[in-house]
Ligand binder design. Structure first.
Ligand code: EPU
Length: 304
């Protein structure tokens, strides 16, 4: 969607929004596919209540983009605009065993800063791309660590109240790849309580996780991480692998030979190639095992 009203450009500028017209979301996502829309980079999250009110008044729908590393966006002109929190001042602050971090901060970078303060616990997440906000919303997890277990506080803009609120960790539910945040909540910052651990130990376990990941996942290709959630008691990757679907290709989208739950953009794939590959794999798994795989990635289609 394109903002056509010139009066709005000034209003956005007053609200400290960096307005980027007609962005191709393929350039903003790790999978490298997706259509175009206007992007609004929010430089000052304190202005979100006014910004969201303005968009509401103007009848402009919006979606929030985090790091774009777990996202499959449809092709063509997308409905609504896309908001993204600026990462320019997304620093970290330490208070004893706690780290305060902006939602727009990069997860890996924060983990390394924590390590330098002898604070660990998140090592399993080493190599998971994306922002703190995205990791919290999805309750990102790998190799035994899930980010939700470390949350003490989250600052969030709630569309329902149009206010910024601080939630205690006990008010938020985290489960496997999900959290109790509302779909239109915008996570702004978090305080995590980490574990005291010597820097060298943290570094050694980060190195181990990175090695395991490099050996078993297509870390050098364009992907959105695992496509499907693991169904209870199964590994989606193992089921797809057992059907010998590794290397299976639709257009430019391919089931990774390294890990069958990763689909890679190898030959200039389109979003439709991925949609077709996802449906094909889901159907083959359903027929063979009676299990219906559910997407782990976030999908933006034309319906908002
Ligand atoms: N396996 C196969 N073939 C494959 C892939 C896996 O046989 O193509 C087997 C493995 O040999 C192993 C089992 O399936 O016996 C489980 O595989 P793996 O350890 O790779 O874990 P996973 O269940 O496939 C989950 C997460 C990953 C996370 C890893 C490591 C989900 C959907 N996936 O994968 O997270 O990195 O564990 O902890 O929960 C993500 O969320 O995007 C993601 C990649």
């Amino acid at each position: 969607m394109r903002i056509e009203n010139p009066r709005l450009y000034d209003a956005l500028c007053d609200l400290q929004v960096d307005y980027r017209p007609r962005q191709c979301l393929a350039d903003w996502t790790s999978l490298g596919v997706g259509g175009t829309t206007d992007l609004l980079i929010v430089e000052n999250p304190a202005r979100l209540p006014e910004l969201i009110s303005l968009l509401r008044q103007e009848g402009i729908p919006w979606r929030l983009l985090g790091g774009g590393t777990n996202l499959l966006v449809a092709e063509g002109e997308l409905p609504g605009v896309v908001l993204q929190l600026s990462s320019r001042e997304a620093g970290v602050e330490f208070h004893a065993q706690c780290v305060r971090v902006a939602a727009a901060a990069n997860l890996g970078r924060m983990m390394m800063e924590c390590a330098r303060q002898n604070l660990g616990g998140l090592e399993g997440l080493a190599g998971v791309p994306g922002t703190i906000g995205g990791a919290l919303r999805m309750n990102a997890g790998a190799y035994g660590a899930q980010i939700g277990q470390f949350v003490r506080l989250v600052r969030v803009f709630r569309c329902t109240t149009n206010r910024i609120e601080t939630l205690d960790g006990s008010q938020i539910l985290f489960a496997y790849r999900q959290s109790s945040f509302a779909p239109d909540d915008i996570l702004l910052a978090a305080e995590l309580q980490l574990l005291e651990r010597p820097y060298e130990e943290i570094l050694a376990s980060i190195k181990m996780c990175n090695e395991r990941r490099r050996a078993t996942q297509p870390v050098h290709e364009k992907t959105a991480g695992c496509i499907f959630k693991n169904p209870p008691d199964y590994s989606a990757g193992k089921l797809i692998d057992e059907l010998r679907l590794k290397g299976h290709r639709v257009g430019g989208a391919v089931v990774s030979e390294r890990h069958a739950n990763f689909f890679v953009n190898r030959y200039a794939a389109t979003a439709d190639d991925f949609f077709r590959l996802i449906e094909l794999v889901r159907e083959r798994v359903r027929q063979a095992f009676g299990v219906v795989l559910e997407e782990e990635i976030i999908v933006w289609k034309h319906r908002l």
